[in-house]
Design a protein around this ligand. Structure first.
Ligand code: GRG
Length: 291
C-alpha cells in the first residue's frame, strides 16, 4: 500500500518537474539537474505534503508546486552531500552520484540551480496561490534550507565527526540537517490551509519530530541495512566517525527512543481523526522502512 502511494506521488512530482523544466530555456545544466532529481528517491517529503493536505481537504494542485520545490532542495542537498568535500559518496539511489557522472563543477552548479529552481517554482505565475502566502512559504523554505536549517545542520554534522557530543547537540544537529525540511513540508501546508500562527507552529514542530524519526531510521539503515535496497554503500557512519544518536546510546535505547518518538507524533495527530490516516501510515513506514 505505502509503496504504491510513494510511487504514485513520485510520478506526479516527476511529471510536474519535467514539464516545468521543458517550459524554461534550455541549458547545459538540465541534464545533471534531471539526473539528480527525476526518477530517483522515494520523494517521501512530497508524500508527507499530500498526506498533510488531506487533513485540511486541500486539492493537490495547491500542493504540487510545494512538493516539487521541496524535492529540488532535497536533491540539491544530496548532490552536494555526495561531493568529495562533504561526505564523498560515489553512489546514490543505486547509480553513480551526480559528480561521478558529470564532474564536480557541473554537480555543484546543477545542485545550486535546483536550489534556485525551487524558488522559481513557488513564485511561478501559474501557481494560483496569493502573493502573501507565497511570501510566507518562500521565507520559511529559505530559512529551513540555509544556515539556520539544512546547511547549518550539515556544518554541525561535519564538525561533530570524531567528537564526543551530548545527546541534545546531536538532536539539534539532526533536527536542522534533516528535520527542517520536514518542518517546512507541514508548515507550508498550514500556510495554504489558512491556519493560525499557533497551528502553524504546531505543524512545524510536528514536522521536525517526523524528520528526526526519519534520520534515526537512516542511521539504523547505515548500520544494519542492505546496500542493494538503500542504493548506496552502508556502514559509512562508523568509518567517518559520525555523531549519531544510535552511536551514542546504542541500538536498544535508540530503538526505544524511536518508538517513543513515533508514539508522541501519533498522539499529536489524534485531534485530526481519520483524516490523518494517510500521514499515520507514512509515519509507521518511516520507522519501519528498509530503504
Ligand atoms: C542548503 C539544501 C542545502 C544543502 C547543503 C550538503 C548539505 C548542505 C546538506 C546535506 C543534508 C543531508 C544529506 C541530510 C540527510 C537527509 C537524509 C536522511 C537524506 C536521505 O533522504 P531520503 O531517504 O533520500 O528521502 P531519497 O534518495 O529517497 O530521496
Amino acid at each position: 500500500m505505502i509503496k504504491k502511494k510513494l510511487i504514485n506521488n513520485a510520478l506526479k512530482v516527476d511529471k510536474f518537474l519535467i514539464s516545468f523544466l521543458r517550459n524554461q530555456n534550455r541549458s547545459l545544466l538540465v541534464k545533471p539537474m534531471k539526473y539528480g532529481i527525476i526518477s530517483g528517491g522515494k520523494k517521501i517529503r512530497s508524500t508527507i505534503i499530500f498526506d498533510t493536505g488531506k487533513i485540511f481537504n486541500l486539492a493537490e494542485k495547491k500542493l504540487i508546486n510545494i512538493c516539487a520545490a521541496v524535492e529540488c532542495i532535497h536533491s540539491y542537498s544530496l548532490i552536494h552531500d555526495d561531493l568529495p568535500c562533504m561526505d564523498n559518496d560515489s553512489m546514490r539511489r543505486g547509480k553513480p552520484s551526480t559528480h561521478i557522472k558529470f564532474g564536480e563543477a557541473s554537480a555543484v552548479l546543477a545542485g545550486s540551480s535546483l536550489l534556485t529552481l525551487a524558488f522559481e517554482i513557488i513564485t511561478n505565475n501559474k501557481y494560483l496561490v496569493n502573493a502573501k502566502k507565497k511570501n510566507e512559504i518562500i521565507n520559511s523554505l529559505a530559512s529551513c534550507s540555509g544556515h539556520t536549517g539544512i546547511a547549518g545542520g550539515q556544518e554541525l554534522d561535519l564538525q561533530f565527526e570524531n567528537k564526543k557530543k551530548k545527546i541534545n547537540q546531536i538532536i539539534d544537529m539532526q533536527k536542522k540537517k534533516t528535520g527542517k525540511l520536514f518542518n517546512f513540508c507541514l508548515y507550508s501546508v498550514g500556510v495554504i490551509a489558512n491556519k493560525t500562527y499557533k497551528e502553524k507552529k504546531f505543524l512545524s514542530n510536528l514536522g521536525e519530530d517526523i524528520g528526526l524519526l526519519f534520520q534515526l531510521t537512516d542511521d539504523f539503515l547505515d548500520k544494519t541495512g542492505s546496500k542493494k535496497l538503500i542504493g548506496k554503500p552502508v556502514k559509512k557512519d562508523n568509518k567517518k566517525g559520525k555523531s549519531t544518536l544510535l552511536k551514542l546510546i546504542g541500538e536498544e535505547k535508540a530503538k526505544k527512543y524511536g518508538n517513543n518518538l513515533k508514539k508522541k507524533i501519533l498522539r499529536k495527530l489524534e485531534k485530526h481523526g481519520k483524516k490523518a490516516n494517510g500521514l499515520r501510515n507514512t509515519i509507521e513506514f518511516i520507522l519501519e522502512r528498509k530503504f
